[in-house]
Design a protein around this ligand. Structure first.
Ligand code: NDP
Length: 246
């Protein structure tokens, strides 16, 4: 395995932490962004206690200027980005007839526009170095839709359109671009859902439980290997069998 420099956006969250940990244990130099300095330092100390030194850069992925500054700071402090995992995401659920523009735009900006904001300042360097791995963390709900999540489902489906276009444009430059679409994973985002709703969700999962963040991290890490060099423009669903469509 060749050690690379990886940026995992939203690396301090539930799935992000598992991805950071997995890539770091494979020997990569791993970076993530933060918005709240105190929370970031506490998280970094937790990772350091596990023997993982994470390079931390400030940045809001929903803001193009902030995201570009984040990438430049990362290049300066941690090295150029070889592996990019567009993982930061939020939900602002509401049925569409009650949804306001803020709920719509926050979700689209953080999940979808962030792919532009973060990948745009990274892609030229990857092309020049003729190697790159880009993974989008989308969602089962981008594949099947979800009551109360027109904003999130639209953004997450859009991420895969981004993946397959970017994959075509950059295939000749040693860059692969793929999507991972998790089902319901036991992180704060899902544990915030009322228990009775969660029980109904689990009842729809053939494997009979929520996913674990490490199970998502394992798939992301697979896409970032040298050996995965012939896999590009694909979408890997990891959902316990919850949705088996294409
Ligand atoms: P968390 O809420 O645990 O973590 C989200 C992370 O994204 C946090 O580190 C958060 O940082 C960061 N973030 C949010 N908004 C921004 C922003 N504007 N700029 C920079 N960072 C930001 O979520 P999960 O770990 O559960 O989810 C990770 C990804 O997986 C998301 O894209 C989500 O949509 C997707 N997903 C999750 C599923 C699940 O079941 N959990 C299922 C399917 C997909 P901060 O602390 O600053 O807010």
């Amino acid at each position: 395995m060749n050690p690379r420099t990886a940026l995992v956006t939203g690396g301090t969250g539930g799935i992000g932490t598992a991805i950071v940990r997995y890539l770091a244990r494979q020997g990569h130099r791993v970076a993530t962004n933060y918005r709240d300095e105190a929370r970031a330092q506490a998280w970094r100390a937790r990772m350091a206690a596990e023997g993982i030194d994470v390079c931390m850069v400030p940045g809001d992925v929903a803001d193009p200027g902030s995201a570009e500054a984040m990438i430049r700071a990362m290049e300066r402090d941690c090295g150029p980005v070889d592996i990019l995992v567009n993982n930061a995401g939020i939900t602002r659920d509401s049925t569409f007839h009650k949804m306001d523009y803020q709920q719509w735009s926050e979700v689209v900006n953080t999940n979808l526009n962030a792919c532009f904001n973060v990948t745009r300042p990274v892609i030229e360097g990857m092309r020049a170095r003729r190697w790159g791995r880009i993974v989008q963390i989308s969602s089962i709900n981008g594949q099947k839709g979800q009551y109360g999540q027109a904003n999130y489902a639209a953004a997450k489906a859009g991420m895969h359109g981004f993946t397959i276009s970017l994959a075509q444009e950059n295939a000749k430059f040693g860059i692969t671009v793929n999507t991972v679409s998790p089902g319901y994973v036991a992180t704060d985002m899902v544990m915030a859902v009322p228990e009775e709703v969660r029980e109904k969700i689990v009842a729809q999962i053939p494997i009979g439980r929520l996913g674990k963040p490490e199970e998502i991290a394992h798939a992301v890490a697979f896409f970032t290997t040298d050996e995965a060099s012939w896999i590009t423009g694909t979408n890997l669903a990891i959902n316990g069998g919850h949705y088996m469509g294409w």
